[in-house]
Design a protein around this ligand. Structure first.
Ligand code: V47
Ligand code: SF4
Length: 381
């Protein structure tokens, strides 16, 4: 059943919610942007039900009752990394390189070939940062994937990798991104954003690309006429103010370029990393966080609930708290989340499983490509 704005407004106006929250609700129902302070207030004072009503309103305005997914697979070229982010369950492997893997271009092509007879539309490529996987490695890889399967969308690498690779190759961001694009890169995933506040970023992800560098690379990529995603790693040592600051910077860039497709909140998972002593936040906090991001990021078309990280049950619940995208079938080539403690040990869902999961939440499943063109709407099957 679709959300009724008039009923919701009436119920909220008669409720005992504080006036300051009712004022925010009114703004949201009038499709007005909420301020930085109002974003923080939502985190501090609004309970889940209240946030759900507002987030649903925004969600349905933008995406009706549709929930998107795609047919994709992930490739992690290496799990060894020159950096050692405290939240990363890979980083210990740098000291213990024999436990790691570093795939060659041909080994990655062999993975791509495994999907020869499957209707996947996207390969998502990202992983650790190592000197050997340099500009030549990736331009070779992308052009070989494109000659082998021209229609496979390559969504690959983050500013963390680009910054390192371009610096090493002594090329500017513009030159490097142009070479990557010419080789076949189609879009950028949202990783490496973590938390933009410098103090927190230095503590959890020190040494890798800075906030300004992350934003700058996405801005240049957008200005070249391309698209990308954005993530936020939440639920560790950041405050609500840091989360709103993070989203505010994204909202500002999106106003400028309109190049982001989706925002993806990533819940910090605490297994086997240097931050394992920090408790994970509750499911309620996950849902509140999805809802606030849906409300705050009024210029983002999609909020993605990444089921491989959050688990399929919470992902399904989140569809009632602002999210409209579940990523994709993924397959089991991604290890980063299972290693970090996600309940999804070998993330792989069949199309039918994804469709059933979406339908039982009362939504309409839509298979999309990376850029949200509709591939198939599942109204009856
Ligand atoms: O930047 C690493 C996160 C990100 C942990 O664009 C962790 O469609 C939680 O960006 N707990 C990479 N998170 C993944 C990513 C992504 C995933 C799915 C779809 C898209 C997209 C992008 O994973 C990293 C980091 O923030 N991460 N370790 C951890 N322990
Ligand atoms: Fe390396 Fe990325 Fe892990 Fe940081 S999060 S240590 S950059 S693989």
């Amino acid at each position: 059943m679709m959300f009724n704005k008039n009923n919701a407004e009436l119920i909220l106006s008669k409720s005992s919610y504080p006036e300051e929250l009712k004022k925010i609700a009114k703004k949201v129902f009038n499709n007005e942007r909420i301020s930085f302070e109002e974003g923080i207030l939502l985190y501090q004072k609004a309970e889940l039900g209240f946030l759900g009503v507002l987030a649903n309103y925004v969600r349905e305005n933008k995406n009706g009752n549709y929930v998107y997914f795609n047919h994709n697979f992930h490739v992690e070229p290496t799990n060894v990394c020159v950096y050692s982010c405290a939240f990363c369950s890979y980083s210990r492997l740098i000291k213990n390189k024999d436990q790691g893997w570093e795939l060659s271009v041909n080994e990655i092509l062999d993975i791509v070939k495994k999907y020869d007879n499957q209707d996947v539309t996207e390969v998502h490529i990202t992983g650790g940062v190592v000197p050997k996987q340099d500009l030549k490695f990736y331009t070779d890889l992308f052009s070989k994937i494109k000659s082998y399967r021209p229609n496979l969308h390559i969504k690959a690498l983050t500013p963390v990798e680009f910054h390192y690779i371009f610096k090493k190759a002594k090329v500017s961001y513009e030159e490097g991104l142009t070479l990557m694009k010419e080789a076949g890169l189609d879009s950028l995933p949202g990783g490496g954003a973590e938390i933009f506040n410098t103090e927190i970023r230095d503590k959890i992800a020190g040494g890798k690309c800075s906030t300004d560098e992350w934003l700058n690379i996405h801005e240049i990529w957008h200005k070249m006429g391309n698209h990308s995603n954005a993530t936020m790693l939440y639920g560790h040592i950041e405050s609500y103010e840091h989360r709103i600051d993070h989203m505010d910077r994204l909202r500002e860039l999106q106003d400028k370029t309109k190049g982001f497709n989706a925002f993806i909140p990533l819940k910090f998972r605490n297994k086997d990393n240097a931050m394992a002593h920090i408790n994970e936040v509750s499911v309620i906090e996950d849902l509140r966080n999805y809802a606030v991001s849906r409300i705050y990021l009024d210029n983002f078309a999609h909020i993605k609930s990444y089921w491989a990280m959050i688990g399929r049950s919470t992902a399904q619940l989140s569809l009632n708290f602002g999210t409209d995208d579940l990523d994709g079938t993924i397959d089991d080539t991604t290890k980063i989340y299972s290693m970090a403690g996600s309940e999804e040990k070998n993330p792989k869902l069949t199309t039918q499983e994804l469709v059933d999961l979406i339908k039982s939440a009362g939504k309409i499943p839509v298979q999309r490509d990376t850029l949200y063109n509709v591939v198939k709407e599942y109204t009856n099957n």
